[in-house]
Design a protein around this ligand. Structure first.
Ligand SMILES: [Zn+2]
Length: 398
């Protein structure tokens, strides 16, 4: 059985060992050592990477109780020097221990228990058993403040096997799944967290650096909380600042002024949209007036030239304006290679325009439908628009 050096000394990153078995696992060279500082994936923490005797360690997995080092090339039997990727280990240690502190904080401040943990390459998440509605921004901040307080107090961390009698005296946050290894935060008599775990943890909480809660959302009947710890907080902050600066540059304001400037812009945009709609309705009404005058009797049939983007909406507005003048309208318009249809008539008895437009849209290779007095359609064959309108007019006179 391999001696797991990372359990007693998570700071040990260089070691020597004996290759006790070289084999292949899932098509890759793999080695088992008499002792290793490489952490195999488990408990939500990804595997270490690094080098063994100059050969790259691509993955480390626990298979049937053995620690299997998956390698980029075969490793000769004998003594070998091992080097664990220090930056990756530190990152995992910060995220994983930060998770312990954040889970303890959510339990203390919100009575929310952690049901699972995921340490990803970009983000980390914990799933809590409390509904998202109970964990609003204030609850998230309260847990974040408490978790960071545990970091800043630089409390001692003890990760070791505990005898059954000791175990019974610990305020365990969750049941031990396998083994009796527990990560305890705080001094005896002032323990702030005790959680069974086989992962790598620092000697003191200060090594986590900082814990940032990034967001939370509904997850089943509970809540998924996204967070980052240590150097990832710094990177995330730099990235957020870069995005803010990028957003502020075209607006010629400082990042502090962004919320006010953006709110004002959104308000102005909504007002302009409303104004544009009002102007288009006025224009559509004038267009309807001209068409009605030019076609004094029978249905008004025409292909329109829309004054702005939105051919379908324009045709519909003109058709409705004609209907309000007591006229039956069969209108078409083309935009971006697509033909649009808008049929309308005064309310009351009369032909079913929804059915009529379906047939006309089919002529355009498209679809349409609507109410008896107002209907729309469109299709990808604008060259057949005149023919489609003509067919509709003929169908009406039958
Ligand atoms: Zn853990």
């Amino acid at each position: 059985m391999t001696v797991r050096l990372y359990l007693d000394d998570p700071g040990l990153l260089r070691f020597d060992a004996q290759v006790v078995s070289a084999r292949h696992h899932q098509g890759r060279p793999a080695a088992i050592l008499d002792r290793t500082a490489f952490y195999p994936e488990g408990g939500g923490q990804p595997a270490d990477r690094g080098r063994l005797g100059g050969v790259e360690v691509l993955d480390v997995q626990e298979v049937e109780g053995e620690v299997l080092h998956l390698l980029a090339a075969d490793l000769a039997p004998g003594r070998v020097e091992g080097a664990v990727d220090a930056a990756r280990r530190r990152d995992h240690l910060q995220q994983h221990h930060g998770q312990h502190l954040l889970s303890a904080a959510f339990e203390a401040t919100a009575g929310a228990r952690t049901t699972s943990f995921h340490l990803g390459a970009e983000t980390c998440t914990i799933d809590l058993d409390a509904p998202a509605a109970r964990l609003g921004p204030e609850a998230l901040r309260a847990a974040e403040v408490r978790a960071n307080d545990l970091v800043f107090r630089d409390l001692p961390v003890t990760a070791r096997e505990y005898a059954p009698a000791e175990l019974a005296a610990l305020p365990l946050r969750k049941e031990a799944v396998k083994g009796s290894r527990v990560v305890v935060v705080g001094e005896p008599g002032a323990i702030v967290d005790a959680s069974p775990c086989g992962g790598t943890h620092p000697r003191r909480t200060g090594a986590v650096g900082a814990i940032a809660v990034l967001g939370a959302g509904k997850w089943g009947s509970g809540t998924r909380v996204e967070f980052a710890c240590g150097e990832r907080v710094l990177r995330g902050l730099a990235e957020a600042n870069r995005r803010l600066a990028e957003a502020a540059a075209p607006l010629r304001c400082s990042t502090a002024e962004l919320p006010g400037v953006v709110a004002k812009l959104a308000e102005e945009a909504a007002a302009r949209r409303k104004e544009l709609e009002r102007l288009l309705l006025t224009l559509a009404d004038a267009q309807a007036e001209r068409l009605a005058a030019a076609n004094p009797a029978g249905p008004v049939r025409a292909v329109l030239s829309p004054p702005a983007a939105g051919a379908g909406a324009w045709a519909k507005a003109v058709a409705l304006a004609l209907a309000s003048r007591g006229r039956l309208a069969l209108l078409g318009a083309v935009e971006d290679g697509r033909a649009h249809l808008a049929f309308a008539r005064p309310r009351g008895p009369g032909p079913h325009l929804g059915e009529l437009v379906r047939g006309a849209a089919a002529t355009l290779g498209g679809k349409g439908g609507g109410a008896p007095d107002a209907a729309q359609g469109s299709g990808p064959e604008p060259a057949r628009l005149e023919a489609a309108l003509e067919e509709a007019a003929r169908a009406l006179s039958r």
